[in-house]
Design a binder for this molecule. Sequence first.
Ligand SMILES: Cc1ncc(COP(=O)(O)O)c(C=O)c1O
Length: 382
Amino acid sequence: MKYPIYLDYNATCPVDPRVLEAMLPYFTEHFGNAASRSHLLGWTAKDAVETAREQIAELLQASTKEIVFTSGATEANNLALKGVFESVFPQKNHIITVQTEHKAVLDVCLHLEKMGAETTFLQPDEFGSVTIEQIEEAIRPETFLISIMYANNEIGTIQEIEAIGTLAQKHKILFHSDATQAVGKVQIDVKAAKIDLLSLSGHKLYGPKGIGVLYINRNLKNQDLVAQMDGGKHERGFRSGTLNVPAIVGLGKACEIANAELLTESITLSKLRDCLEQGILSQIKGTKVNGNTNNRLPNLTNISFEGVDGELLLSSFRDIAVSSGSACTSASVEPSHVLKAIGVSDKLAYSSIRFSLGRFTNQEEIDFTIQYVKEVVETLRA
Ligand SMILES: Cc1ncc(COP(=O)(O)O)c(C=O)c1O
């Protein structure tokens, strides 16, 4: 076994060797600019980008014209929220989102508030879910966007995406979903879910870092979503900038693999996850799972450990790579805003650990982790 055992796949994944292999020729041999129209190197790069677009579109049940490349999910979220806001303001200015969103949505909302936007940050229930009634109650005449993540990065809770899409469509409000943690882990059909805008990121599904996508429903034109990056009008004018061809090829390959292996992989992962969770809950007293155990990502469990100092707990885990629900800022460690929103006390939030498993996790590692966590927690409690 290799230490530390990596159980932090929701932070980032290693690049799948098959993805790396697909990417390599595009750094050296096929290094052309996909926007060069006058020679073979450009055409080869463009063909590779279009193949990737097909692979990504297939995973989302979208069409290739709806795939716009960005530098990651942070940029995709920024483009979605700021782009739509700029096109509707000042006629409309209200966004509905949830307190448990990633900062790449929450902070964009706060930024837009400075420009005149108003945001409703819905409070989820103790499992991290919001209800359709809650969303509908928040709708105002000036609401232009509902932005609700597909699955939460810290607790894994999956929202009722199809019902939210139907509601948004009924009220003629655009629906954006940050699906960064869902893509490649659960099956997604953007049409069935009536999603207008969806963000995803390469490094969360065994592709490279620094590449992502904003899916933009074909009904949205440039005037409906104002580009945030001006320049050569790449990506149908939605996002200028020379395309990162090797990364795009890698993301395409990662999506192709996910499409083929998602179902079997999610079964394997949920069995390993359940084994880890049951092992910890049954062998260590004072433990509790956070999130919605009936509807969550197959690879994740977030567990609170009572009676241990959170910072000490995390720093004692030398042989496993996990993360706490806490977000580090330069000066202090804040308790997780996600756990706080679902009603977990600050004290318990500090001592909550996210275990996120992935493609290369095996049973031996899980068995080791259960015993290891037990020893560490018991030592700290003693
Ligand atoms: C839900 C969610 N949204 C957005 C992001 C940001 O993605 P990226 O690293 O591609 O900017 C992350 C990554 O942590 C995430 O988990």
